[in-house]
Design a protein around this ligand. Structure first.
Ligand SMILES: Nc1ncnc2c1ncn2[C@@H]1O[C@H](COP(=O)(O)OP(=O)(O)O)[C@@H](O)[C@H]1O
Ligand SMILES: [Mg+2]
Length: 268
């Protein structure tokens, strides 16, 4: 479990905090979606939950970030990396830049954690297969498209099988098919007990995989609750968040006085 209590963060040199007063609990096996307009604080929240602010990005932290009831502040980086896998918004920055092939890249994380060789190889194939990218195994990571990089970076994280996963807009560069694969892989991971925080503009994806959704507005939590409730709330549109297609359809059908059961055959 990851627990934020009264958390605020001001980047070094910034005049005011980027997020403040955040209370959030991420339970094992739970997928929590984070939505909000640009600059609402989604990336900052991801950095905080991943234990990377202020560790990797300088700034002033208020409140506490605890993982399994321990303050992560004093944790050494290698311990953090084993427990929380995180992926930044920019996939090209996520890749190590030192591996000649995608396969080596995906092995890199588990290798750094000192796992036995046979297990590393098993895990790498499993992760590549989960995202349907085994055909990229021999490719040069530096020569992939943005979407491919995103999938390879995610495979590298899956291979570590961290108990907690923090993903900052992991499908930004993916088409609907790629987005669906990521959703399926994350659901599988969560059902194995991982807790997952995912900042995502694609509310259709969140509608499918998230248990709860947190809405950020100007650095504060504006709304939080069960996915179906939050994503059907009309006020999220005024915060710059698109409604899931299913919600739009349901409303249109209701407005037209048509039986809602016509939507039973629709899959989003
Ligand atoms: N490294 C930084 N230094 C100073 N301010 C930052 C930095 N990164 C983000 N911010 C500011 O923090 C606020 C929240 O940004 P961010 O967390 O990136 O939002 P989002 O991911 O929702 O777009 C914004 O006002 C942004 O300008
Ligand atoms: Mg962001």
């Amino acid at each position: 479990m990851i627990h934020l209590e009264g958390v605020g963060y001001r980047y070094a040199g910034a005049p005011r905090p980027s997020v403040l007063g955040l209370d959030l609990e991420l339970r094992d096996g739970e997928v929590v979606g984070v939505v909000g307009a640009a600059e609402a604080g989604k990336t900052t929240l991801c950095l905080l939950v991943a234990g990377l602010a202020p560790r990797a990005i300088r700034g002033e932290l208020r409140g506490t970030v605890r993982i399994d009831d321990e303050d992560v502040g004093p944790w050494p980086m290698h311990r953090l990396a084993e427990v929380v896998g995180s992926m930044s918004q920019d996939p090209s920055r996520q890749l190590s830049g030192v591996n000649g092939s995608v396969f080596e890249e995906v092995c890199f994380g588990p290798m750094n954690l000192g796992m036995p060789r046979a297990e590393i190889v098993d895990r790498a194939w499993w992760a590549l297969d989960a995202l349907r990218i085994t055909d990229l195994a021999e490719r040069d990571p530096a020569r992939l498209s943005g979407g491919q990089m995103q999938l390879v970076a995610l495979a590298g994280l899956l291979a570590i099988r961290p108990r907690h996963l923090v993903l900052d807009e992991p499908t930004a560069q993916l088409d609907p098919a790629g987005t669906r694969l990521v959703g399926d892989a994350l659901q599988r991971l969560a059902s194995d007990g991982a807790s997952i925080l995912i900042a995502e503009q694609k509310t259709d994806l969140l509608a499918r995989i998230a248990d709860r959704v947190v809405v950020l507005d100007e650095g504060r939590i504006a709304m939080e609750g069960l996915t179906d409730t939050v994503l059907a709330d009309p006020s999220i549109e005024t915060l710059g968040i698109p409604l899931p297609l299913m919600v739009v359809l349901r409303r249109a059908v209701a407005d037209a006085g048509i039986d809602a059961r016509v939507l039973d055959v629709v899959e989003t």
